[in-house]
Design a protein around this ligand. Structure first.
Ligand code: IMP
Length: 428
């Protein structure tokens, strides 16, 4: 078993950080393949909570090789401040490698992100981190890559090439004063000595590890429904968090992927705008939010909460080719006497079995629920499937049947040890 991909199977924030951290203990390499510091994971180790946005959570293990792949967009200031944050807490970043082909988020990307969002008639609710504009430049072929941060001369040349274009946009369209090469250099040049040693051909690194039979965990940020192609466009991020994105985002062939684990919450949440069929307005939604601490790691925004949506997750199983799910935050449901699972949608009086790709259809979908008994007991101390209350086992089985994908892992709390392995991802 060489390469496993972990993806968020809903709208992001599924608890992927915790699951990735759990699996990283068994992996030799942990690699991120898309997104940037729009992501956020909180990992709790021995009672200490670590908040990371860009660096893979595998960094918390001293011997795990961590990779930021070519498909990621890197804000150099965030990269260096996260390294400092970790180093200050006694965590080494010696094992971090960053692809020279990854694109750089420049200060003007953050400004354009905010200006564009302000101009939009229908807001996307972006994180304002410059993600979309950085990917737009990548695809418009006017981006700057991490390799160009190797020294001041190449960074100066890259800025001289791209800034005139960006300044024309900022000044003529938005009335912004724009940026000078010197002002950006002043911000970034002090970071170059930290960045230079990280630059690596990460595709080659992963290939070598694979040939040596090492276990490689590829980590997608965000979630399937935020995928630029398969998400609820335009309320999506600007990259491919779905499993297929791992191959181009890290530089290996898609046939190298052995397993795809989808992380799903025992319920559903969403930040930002866009349709959300099982959303709960009122006290039930509030209770889930409070019990699950459903506030964004990156922006602190309150997440919208709702019941588990099997129609959407079945779609995610199809789009990602999930071989199993890791079901997170099951303990959040401990308090409820009855629980609902959405198994279908009604659209204008007709039942829909498949998740609609048309946003306007999704907007008008009414969930069809089945109601099941809750277990109403604290499960945070459970470590084996057999010790779960029968009602919790039944809930998991109904979910697995409804999405047509087996449950591999169950998370019952934020700690590393609060995980039930039903079927190991990296068998020994
Ligand atoms: P962007 O990625 O900052 O461009 O934001 C686009 C959309 O993706 C917005 O709705 C964000 O709230 C959402 N988003 C981006 N990253 C995450 C994440 O890590 N978790 C949940 N939502 C996210």
């Amino acid at each position: 078993m060489a390469i496993a991909v972990v993806v968020g199977a809903q709208w992001g924030d599924e608890g992927k950080g915790k699951i990735t951290d759990f699996l990283a203990a068994q992996a030799d390499v942990v690699a991120r393949y898309q997104g940037g510091n729009n992501a956020g994971h909180t990992v709790v180790v021995n009672g200490t909570s670590y908040k990371l946005h860009l660096i893979p959570s595998g960094i918390l293990y001293p011997n795990t090789q961590c990779v930021i792949g070519n498909g990621v967009v890197v804000d150099p200031t965030v990269l260096c401040s996260e390294m400092e944050y970790l180093n200050e807490r006694g965590i080494s970043t010696e094992t971090l490698a960053v692809s020279g082909s990854a694109h750089v988020i420049m200060p003007y990307h953050r400004v354009i992100d905010e200006l564009e969002e302000a101009e939009r008639i229908e807001k996307i609710g972006t994180t304002g981190r410059g993600i979309g504009p950085a990917y737009a430049d990548k695809f418009s072929r006017c981006g700057i890559r991490m390799a160009e941060l190797a020294d001041e001369a190449s960074l100066r040349a890259a800025l001289a090439r791209t800034l005139p274009l960006k300044n024309r946009l900022l000044q003529r369209l938005y009335g912004h004063p724009g940026f000078t090469v010197d002002a950006i250099l002043e911000q970034l040049v002090p970071l170059l000595p930290t960045i230079r040693p990280l630059l690596t051909d990460t595709s080659l690194l992963i290939d070598k590890a694979r040939r040596q039979g090492k276990k490689i965990l590829c980590e997608g940020a965000q979630g399937t429904l935020l995928d630029i192609d398969h998400g609820t466009y335009p309320f999506v991020t600007s990259s491919s968090p779905t499993a297929g994105g791992a191959a181009p985002g890290l530089g290996f062939g898609p046939n190298r992927i052995d397993q795809v684990v989808g992380v799903v919450k025992a319920y559903t949440t969403r930040v930002g705008e866009g349709p959300f069929p099982t959303e709960l307005h009122g006290s039930l939604g509030d209770e889930i939010r409070e019990r699950g601490h459903e506030y964004g790691t990156t922006t602190g925004r309150a997440r919208r909460c709702g019941w588990f949506d099997a129609v959407m997750t079945r779609y995610s199983v199809r789009i990602n080719g999930l071989t199993g799910i890791a079901l997170a935050l099951l303990d959040v449901l401990d308090a409820f006497d009855t629980l609902k699972i959405c198994t279908g949608y009604m659209y204008r009086g007709q039942p829909l079995k498949a998740f609609p790709t048309d946003l306007e259809v999704l907007r008008d979908c009414e969930p069809i629920y089945i109601e099941v008994n809750g277990w109403q007991q604290n499960i945070t101390g459970v470590r084996r499937w057999d010790d779960l209350p029968v009602a919790a086992q039944e809930y998991l089985q109904i979910v697995a049947d409804a999405i047509e994908c087996p449950v591999q892992l169950v998370s019952v709390g934020p700690g590393r040890d609060q995980t039930i392995t039903v079927k190991p991802v990296f068998p020994t």
